[in-house]
Design a protein around this ligand. Structure first.
Ligand SMILES: [Zn+2]
Length: 345
């Protein structure tokens, strides 16, 4: 199991990156991976702190996407510079690229999220577009996480809502994992499952606080996202955090690329998959509504037909991942019924 060694969440924590780097033994060189926007938001400050206060040699590499080509470009940079440590500064995509490329090059990385939109900020898995697999694969866990709530608060609140939905998705992810254990004798880690579930419950219990868009709410969300990342480290896979609702989300992203955020698609998936599992789907939907999250096709910005196609495609996205969708083996009419009865279409 790989875990982060230092996790620092709170207001103004960015200022401690130099100290953390020193404590972990990185005093000479670093490479910062950021987007052009996130470099301005936090990357520049990380560079200043490492260079001026720690006297480190710091290079920057800006990426805009999370494609296999971006990973290759970053790997080339790492190969030529051989930095001691990589800092991943940004939202999901920048962290994914830094995580994947540093893992391939055998160099540790420190996660400095500028948004709280999904659990990739702390997980050992990364999702790379244009790769054969439209889902997350094992890379490495961050050595440290520095989540500065003052910076993350500046991102549009929609990102935090998406993060909440990615956490709420664990309700069905864990149900699917248990089902795979019962039906297919797949390994099931009760502790990892409980940790993911606890994070989901914690976020649900604090929906009221999330609505206030407060720093305290954001902190709860970050703790939940980081716990989800740890649960994947314990499980050694994304199983506790990604089930049929994620398969639906991935399928919808294949059909309608970049139409909604990861968490938003997962949230709508969770409503429908909870119905299939015989759970209280209305409660999930009502909590998502309270958060101001999308709960139907129109709000996701997709067509009804896209939802039906995604439901049909979901199983085939990842054939090795057994979920309620495999168990039920529904036909198109049943998917239509499901989407209608849950008011997604
Ligand atoms: Zn997710």
């Amino acid at each position: 199991m790989q875990f982060p060694r230092e996790v620092i969440v709170g207001e103004g924590t960015l200022e401690s990156v130099g100290e953390i780097s020193r404590r972990l033994g990185f005093t000479e060189s670093a490479l910062i991976i950021a987007g052009s926007k996130t470099f301005g938001i936090a990357g520049k400050r990380v560079k200043e702190l490492l260079e001026e206060k720690e006297g480190m040699a710091v290079e920057t590499f800006l990426v805009e996407n999370a494609t296999a080509r971006d990973v290759e470009a970053v790997e080339e940079k790492i190969e030529s510079l051989r930095p001691q440590i990589v800092f991943a500064v940004g939202g999901g995509t920048k962290i994914d690229v830094a995580k994947c490329s540093s893992a391939n090059q055998g160099i540790p990385f420190i996660s400095v999220p500028t948004t709280a939109s999904h659990d990739g900020i702390a997980s050992p898995l990364s999702s790379i577009k244009g790769s054969e697999k439209p889902y997350s694969v094992m890379a490495q866990a961050p050595l440290a996480i520095v989540a500065d709530t003052r910076i993350i608060m500046r991102a549009p609140w929609r990102y935090a809502v998406s993060g909440c939905e990615d956490v709420i998705a664990k309700f069905t992810a864990v149900k699917d994992w248990k089902l795979a254990h019962e039906d297919k004798n797949e390994y099931y880690g009760g502790y990892a499952a409980s940790l993911a579930l606890m994070s989901a419950k914690h976020v649900m219990q604090n929906v009221g606080l999330m609505k206030t868009k407060s720093e305290e709410g954001l902190r709860i969300l970050l703790e939940a996202l980081i716990s989800c990342g740890v649960s994947m480290s314990i499980a050694g896979s994304s199983r506790p955090c990604s089930g049929s609702e994620h398969l639906f989300s991935h399928a919808l992203d294949v059909i309608r690329p970049n139409h909604a955020m990861h968490g938003e698609r997962c949230g709508v998936g969770t409503i429908m998959m909870t119905y299939l599992h015989g759970g209280n789907w209305k409660r999930i939907r009502d909590d998502l509504k309270k958060l101001g999250a999308p709960t139907n096709a129109r709000q996701l910005g997709v067509e009804k037909e896209d939802v039906l196609r995604a439901l049909k495609m979901a199983k085939s996205i990842r054939p090795d991942r057994y979920t309620i969708l495999n168990k039920l083996g529904l036909r198109r009419e049943s998917y239509e019924y499901l989407a209608k009865v849950t008011e997604v279409i």
